[in-house]
Design a protein. Structure first.
Lengths: 114, 114
């Protein structure tokens, strides 16, 4: 499995501002993903971060709100734009490996919007 | 479409007694199934996975799960609970042959009492 780090680990932000979350992996991976976990809820996939092309967003998530970059095979960023208190969540990145389709998750970024 | 249903939102057991966390799945194709655990303020950890090999799958920390196609179930068990098992458990499905899109259940909170 990979070692995955995220920065920041937590942040408190004011509404209307934006926050960029970084995800770093210690090895090259083809597939990276971003999830949101709202308080007391399960995980919901935001998008698949594709290296060298636009991210693929799930229903209910749009690029203007959650722009994603994937400049290389070990790094990705997720920006939460124009934040509102409803964006308060844990944001997790994950990486996937080939055949068995399991994913390994970063420690998460706990975001609070006031 | 694929989905998982975790039948219990909260399970409480005494230390040393068996654990049973129930999960039913729905998938149009051959599924891959996973159990993840999330300890408080920690990231997600993969407990075990089923990927069409043996139907009885052994994972870490003494957990195991049995894939039963006729019942569309993938229940998680452990013979003897330990205090350190207290956490949130997620049943997850992925459709074999697709790009690793994981669908999470709503989670079961396991409480272990003395």
């Amino acid at each position: 499995s990979a070692v995955i780090s995220q920065k920041p680990s937590r942040d408190i932000c004011q509404r209307g501002t934006s926050l960029t979350i970084q995800c770093q992996v210690d090895s090259q991976v083809t597939m990276m993903f971003w999830y949101r976990q709202q308080p007391g809820q399960s995980l919901t996939l935001i998008a698949t971060a594709n290296q060298g092309s636009e991210a693929t967003y799930e229903s209910g998530f749009v690029i203007d709100k959650f722009p994603i970059s994937r400049p290389n095979l070990t790094f990705s960023t997720l920006t939460v734009s124009n934040m509102s208190p409803e964006d308060s969540s844990i944001y997790l990145c994950s990486v996937g490996y080939g055949g068995d389709y399991e994913q390994y998750f970063g420690p998460g970024t706990r975001l609070t919007v006031t | 479409a694929q989905s998982v249903t975790q039948l219990d939102s909260h399970v409480s057991v005494s230390e040393g007694t068996p654990v049973l966390l129930r999960c039913n799945y729905s998938s149009s194709y051959s599924p891959s199934l996973f159990w993840y655990v999330q300890h408080p303020n920690k990231g997600l950890q993969l407990l075990l996975k089923y990927t069409s090999a043996a139907t009885l799958v052994k994972g870490i920390n003494g957990f195991e799960a049995e894939f039963k196609k006729s019942e569309t179930s993938f229940h998680l068990t452990k013979p003897s609970a330990h205090m350190s098992d207290a956490a949130e458990y997620f049943c997850v499905v992925s459709v074999t042959g697709t790009a690793s899109k994981l669908t999470f259940g709503t989670g079961t909170r396991l409480q272990v009492t003395l």
